[in-house]
Design a binder for this molecule. Structure first.
Ligand SMILES: NC(=O)C1=CN([C@@H]2O[C@H](COP(=O)(O)OP(=O)(O)OC[C@H]3O[C@@H](n4cnc5c(N)ncnc54)[C@H](O)[C@@H]3O)[C@@H](O)[C@H]2O)C=CC1
Ligand SMILES: O=C([O-])CC(=O)C(=O)O
Length: 311
């Protein structure tokens, strides 16, 4: 198995570190445009191999895509992160050019690769990758729901005093401060609905704090988060390379599911060796469906911006 991570910055390097520690690949390539950066990160990580005990061979390259040839999975983290006070959507101008260019270069050497898109605004970057490359929809997975669902569980744990291992909770919709939808009515604590243990106010607080999880960290850190995003990216990669068939909320192309078409949005999908293999299309309540439709409207208006950038 060969995996490439494009962008050796905070998220890319953390994701690569998780991939190496779990030996998800024999070969792991880091690619960045900053001279020497990916090579340095790769060497530093390789020097942890003797300490941590892994056999993954990590190499880095400054923009030489031939080194990524025959990758099975490519994780795209290249692009700008937001600064405090910004939205993810404000990154669209710079990141769209980067992501489109990266996807085309990767496909020259790895025509069968499965893409895991992380760069923001992620829903639109996933849609852009699909439209600009024309590769089959199942091979393009946007990572957002894995992270947002982990943050949702974190918030639930704080209020319930629960172990994160005992929680099941998902966030669907867009990966934006106002577009994500933490499904509190579907969240369970070892099969018991969490709503049994939380007041209405607590439930609202948990949902609100989950939605601004990324913005809260950006304010604290001065740039956006990387530990949970990197780990979430690696969880998606693991389900692909080990063919785990895990149900992970991810941003995928919809063709009528949840009442939406021609858009990439976060829904529960089964992830395995073919990329995303099946969408679980279940009936939302009227309120949840209204939120999903509103989220789609917002993401669609960002997708529409793509054509203005191209001109
Ligand atoms: N989908 C999600 O859940 C999350 C998405 N993100 C997004 O991930 C992206 C990366 O974030 P960070 O790693 O914190 O940023 P960073 O600035 O630490 O790293 C980005 C790297 O991309 C590289 N890069 C820029 N243009 C490139 C190109 N054309 N080819 C190759 N490499 C290129 C830069 O040199 C830099 O090293 C941002 O867009 C951020 O918003 C971050 C966290 C979660
Ligand atoms: O908040 C950001 O800009 C980065 C991101 O997507 C996240 O951490 O959820």
């Amino acid at each position: 198995m060969k995996i490439t991570v494009v962008g050796a910055g905070a998220v890319g390097a953390t994701c690569a570190d998780n991939i190496a520690r779990r030996e998800l690949a024999e070969e792991l390539v880091l690619l960045d445009i900053k001279e020497g950066f990916a090579e340095g990160k790769a060497q530093d990580m390789m020097q942890t191999a003797a300490l941590l005990g892994f056999d993954t061979k990590i190499t880095g390259t400054t923009g030489d895509y031939s080194k990524t040839a025959n990758s099975d999975v490519v994780v795209v983290t290249s692009g700008l992160p937001r600064k405090p006070g910004m939205t993810r959507e404000e990154l669209i101008g710079t990141n769209a050019r980067i992501v489109e260019d990266v996807a085309k270069n990767i496909l020259k050497y790895s025509p069968d690769a499965i893409f895991v898109i992380i760069s923001n605004p992620m829903d639109t970057m996933t849609y852009l990758t699909l439209k600009s490359t024309g590769i089959p929809k199942n091979r393009i997975i946007g990572m957002g729901g894995a992270l947002d669902s982990a943050r949702f569980k974190y918030q639930l744990c704080r209020h319930l005093g629960a172990s994160p291992r005992d929680l099941n909770a998902v966030v669907i919709g867009g990966h934006g401060d106002t577009t994500m939808i933490p499904l509190i009515n579907f969240a369970t604590w070892n099969s018991v609905p969490v709503t049994h243990f939380l007041t209405e106010e607590q439930q609202k607080q948990i949902v609100d704090d989950t939605m601004v999880g990324g913005a809260t960290l950006t304010k604290l850190l001065g740039t956006s988060a990387w530990y949970a995003p990197g780990a979430a990216g690696a969880a998606v990669v693991e389900s692909i390379v080990r063919d785990q068939k895990k149900l992970i909320t991810s941003c995928v192309y919809l063709e009528g599911e949840y009442g939406q078409s021609d858009i990439c949005l976060g829904v529960p999908v089964i992830i395995g060796k073919n990329g995303w293999e099946k969408i679980l299309d279940f009936k939302l309540s009227a309120d949840e469906q209204a939120l999903f439709d509103k989220s789609a409207e917002a993401v669609r208006s960002m997708n529409d911006v793509l054509s203005t950038l191209a001109n």
